[in-house]
Design a protein around this ligand. Structure first.
Ligand SMILES: NC(=O)c1ccc[n+]([C@@H]2O[C@H](COP(=O)([O-])OP(=O)(O)OC[C@H]3O[C@@H](n4cnc5c(N)ncnc54)[C@H](OP(=O)(O)O)[C@@H]3O)[C@@H](O)[C@H]2O)c1
Length: 339
């Protein structure tokens, strides 16, 4: 059989890794493909659930050494070399007499040095195959480990001219029922939903979720607010959070959410808090639902309402990676490019 390119097998690893989505956090998503010495795929595996075996062990554990000897394995993340909840993956790779390991990206966790362990055992190691795709796959994990912060996605629903409400705060409903249903589904993919005092006061949303955070500097929301009726609540106020420029230090709020186990946060607020978060470099991604409507009123509220900016060169740059039509609306997903 004609052996395919390294990129072909790495793409398979990414597809396998995605099968663990939603089950492996705070661990990364990892997939693995094993070829025998003739280049035939003899096994595959992925990390299925947090606390359970990693992809490499799942792929190799039930495969005879007679078959794996002199073989190659592909894996989107550097194999681990330490005891965590499971034994090191480098052990089983060496034990199964694998000759070559092809890796998508090196682990950002400083405790991991799988590449050296494998090389010291005489195994050939190739790194950086589809590296950007592998980093994109595990962008939440990378942010968590390198910055000790949750990965933050700002969701906003706007008119074509970027407005989220009229000047008097009327925002119901800019987007379609289908888009709102999409938001309900989306929320489940995040560990925490974060909103602001003003949005709670203006809309009185429930935002059903297991863990919710309200940024409310002066503790001004009503005790009867619907958001407080359900889920675990982290109510950030000046009494439990440091201040910055008279408002909550939002980095400190996110640090606390990470300490409380939130690896990812979906922020749903108006333009004031969104603008402040963008300026502080706290937003990683934006999900923007755009309705085919134009408010045509400059006094309407904008989805980002930061400082006055005089030059287009000062704009925040985004990279769009996905667009979807949801009923009448357009959903644009983009990564915020950090300078
Ligand atoms: N279309 C949409 O996607 C969408 C989503 C959400 C809301 N909305 C609409 O947006 C409107 C509210 O927007 P808004 O701009 O007035 O308010 P906002 O951005 O939702 O919230 C701003 C408030 O957040 C609090 N906050 C806490 N820490 C902050 C910080 N570091 N920086 C900035 N603010 C901080 C401040 O009040 P304190 O300091 O007093 O706590 C501030 O006034 C409502 O009409 C709502 O319906 C639309």
């Amino acid at each position: 059989m004609q052996r395919k390119s390294d990129e072909f097998y790495m793409k398979k690893c990414i597809e396998l890794a995605l099968l663990g989505k939603g089950q492996v956090s705070p661990n990364p998503m990892v997939g693995c493909v094993v070829l025998d010495k003739n280049g035939e795929i003899i096994s595959t595996g992925y990390h299925k659930k947090y606390g359970e075996f990693h992809a490499e062990r799942n792929a190799l554990i039930n495969t005879d050494t007679a078959k794996t000897e002199e073989g190659t394995i592909f894996v989107n993340l550097e194999p681990c070399s330490h005891w965590g909840k499971t034994p090191p993956c480098t052990d089983i790779i060496i034990e199964k007499k694998i000759k070559k390991v092809v890796i998508g990206m090196q682990d950002v966790n400083p405790k991991i040095d799988g590449i050296s362990v494998l090389k010291n055992a005489g195994i050939e190691v190739v790194t950086g195959v589809l590296e950007n795709e592998c980093k994109f796959l595990n962008r939440v994990f990378i942010k968590n480990i390198t910055e000790n912060l949750p990965y933050v996605v700002l969701k906003t629903a706007t008119t074509m001219d970027g407005k989220i409400s009229t000047q008097n705060g009327d925002s119901k409903w800019i987007t379609s029922e289908e888009s709102r249903a999409e938001v309900y589904k989306m929320r489940k993919e995040f560990d925490c939903i974060m909103t602001s005092s003003n949005t709670v006061i203006a809309d009185n949303p429930t935002m059903e979720h297991r863990f919710k955070c309200i940024a409310d500097t002066n503790n001004k929301i009503s005790k009867d607010s619907k958001i407080l009726s359900q889920g675990k609540i982290y109510h950030a106020t000046k009494y439990n959070t440091p201040l910055k420029d008279g408002h909550l230090d939002l980095r400190a709020v996110l640090t606390e959410l990470y300490k409380q186990g939130a690896c990812s946060v979906l922020v749903e607020c108006g333009g004031t808090m969104a603008g402040a978060m963008l300026k502080e470099g706290l937003i990683d991604e934006i999900y923007q639902f755009i309705a085919p409507k134009i408010l045509n009123d400059n006094t309407g509220k904008s989805c980002f309402n930061g400082d006055s900016v005089n030059q287009i060169s000062q704009t925040t740059k985004l990279t769009i990676y996905d667009t979807q039509i949801v009923s009448d609306d357009l959903l644009v997903k983009s990564i915020v490019r950090k300078p």
